[in-house]
Design a protein around this ligand. Structure first.
Ligand SMILES: Cc1cc2nc3c(=O)[nH]c(=O)nc-3n(C[C@H](O)[C@H](O)[C@H](O)COP(=O)(O)OP(=O)(O)OC[C@H]3O[C@@H](n4cnc5c(N)ncnc54)[C@H](O)[C@@H]3O)c2cc1C
Length: 403
């Protein structure tokens, strides 16, 4: 059975590799010239297996008015003449209910744990060189109230299989000596020893190479514009280079999946949430070992070889991908506060990406109605973390479909 996958980001590449392993004939199509050039290019690089809570939560709802009103806030919302944005926003507010957020956390942790098992298996078999390291993650809390909320989360997540430690400021410093003397004024931290990092772009390349070795095909510089249908069945994807036929099609177009789904007559609640990163070379031999998430600065830091990857901000402002200088400077300021003098900041390699976000942060994986069209999208802020598990779930669905 031939499966055509549209989109070669982390999610599409992982899907293509997993389906080729399962024995499907695979064709992976992307509008770009190579895999991993859109949202999967320079993200935060954290495999965040124990930090998978939905963005929509009672805590987010409480702090939303303040975050939206502050001029330099990391969170930005610009109302657009786009019903999809309004519908997404209303569904987001509904998803902030405590029960919905708790259920979402449990479901995402479950998918993250599956992802960890699947990716570990792939890494062992393939031995990819993708900067994969189990380096642990320290989450720094800026004040007592945030620290108390994080301690409650640790207790809740312990019942779901996460192993995490609550640390005093002195213990945070002992755990990660690369942090500045003053520790940027934190109240305490949470340490998770088994969190990992990997380079998302290199992982996309490795997945596609290995898929090719299994007989999978790629078509880059090929944009899908619509579908050719016979009744409910899709017989071909209409592309900028002609029609591509297959027995089943998978929409893995990240932040652009909703537009593609609507070409096939479906509504998917996936809307872009923009974020930024910079990548700074270390100045000397001193460098952090662990990843750090600073909840006050809403910024994540991950050591990737000889450089520090820094990612931040969430802007619900449409598909614009421009990079304001003020956002880059804010991330450089965070680096100087957390790791004073450790990085070279002259050429920070700024990047922006659009997280493919659903209102409840749960990805949409599976068959659309009773067609031969499938979706694997909406991994939002966790696409690197969830790609392998999402691919495994999709593969199970396609095996059921093929039976
Ligand atoms: C600032 C930032 C930091 C992040 N940090 C982390 C992190 O630390 N850990 C983590 O787990 N996740 C992180 N993420 C999230 C992660 O990057 C995304 O969830 C993930 O990259 C999404 O992958 P994707 O394959 O769904 O989409 P994409 O990578 O965007 O891939 C979609 C592909 O579809 C193609 N496409 C779209 N439309 C068409 C069409 N019509 N025809 C053909 N091709 C098409 C595009 O060219 C693209 O290659 C972060 C995201 C951002 C923005």
């Amino acid at each position: 059975m031939k499966v055509c996958i549209i989109g070669a980001g982390l999610v599409g590449c992982a899907s293509a590799y997993q389906l080729a392993r399962t024995g499907f004939e695979v064709e992976l199509i992307d509008a770009a010239a190579e895999p991993g050039l859109l949202t999967s290019f320079a993200n935060g690089a954290q495999l965040s297996y124990s930090y998978a809570e939905p963005f929509a939560s009672p805590g987010t709802l409480r702090s939303l008015p303040k975050m939206l009103l502050e001029p330099d806030s990391p969170v930005k919302f610009r109302l657009r003449a786009d019903w999809r944005q309004w519908a997404w926003g209303l569904q987001f507010l509904a998803a902030c209910r405590p029960g919905t957020a708790r259920r979402g956390t449990a479901m995402l942790l479950h998918l993250a744990q599956l992802s960890r098992r699947v990716l570990d298996g792939w890494m062992q078999q393939e031995g990819w060189s993708v900067g994969f390291v189990e380096n642990g993650k320290l989450v720094l809390c800026p004040d007592e109230a945030t620290f108390a909320r994080q301690r409650a989360l640790v207790a809740f997540q312990a019942k779901l299989g996460c192993r995490q430690e609550v640390l005093s400021p002195a213990e945070c410093r002992a755990r990660e000596p690369a942090l500045g003397e003053r520790l940027d004024g934190v109240a305490g931290g949470i340490w998770t020893a088994d969190e990992c990092v990997a380079d998302p772009y290199r992982l996309c390349q490795a997945l596609v190479d290995s898929m090719g070795a299994l007989g999978g095909r790629t078509s880059f510089n090929t944009r899908v514009n619509g579908f050719v249908r016979e009744g409910r069945r899709i017989v071909a994807a209409r592309t900028s280079r002609g029609d591509v036929s297959a027995d089943a099609f998978v929409l893995a177009a990240g932040p652009h999946v909703a537009a593609l789904a609507s070409e096939a007559g479906f509504h998917l609640p996936v809307y872009p949430v923009k974020g930024y990163s910079i990548t700074l070379p270390f100045r000397g031999e001193a460098r952090p070992r662990a990843s750090v998430t600073h909840l006050g600065r809403k910024t994540v830091f991950a050591p990737l070889g000889d450089a520090l990857r820094v990612a931040a901000m969430a802007e619900i402002t449409g598909y614009d991908m421009s990079i304001p200088e003020s956002r880059v400077q804010a991330m450089i300021d965070s680096v100087e506060a957390v790791y004073p003098g450790m990085c070279r900041t002259e050429s920070p390699k700024p990047w922006s990406g659009l997280r493919p976000a659903t209102p409840d942060s749960l990805p949409r994986i599976g068959r659309l109605a009773s067609t031969n069209l499938f979706v694997n999208a909406g991994q939002g802020a966790l696409g690197l973390t969830l790609a392998a598990g999402s691919a495994a779930k999709l593969s199970d669905e396609l095996v059921r479909f093929a039976a």
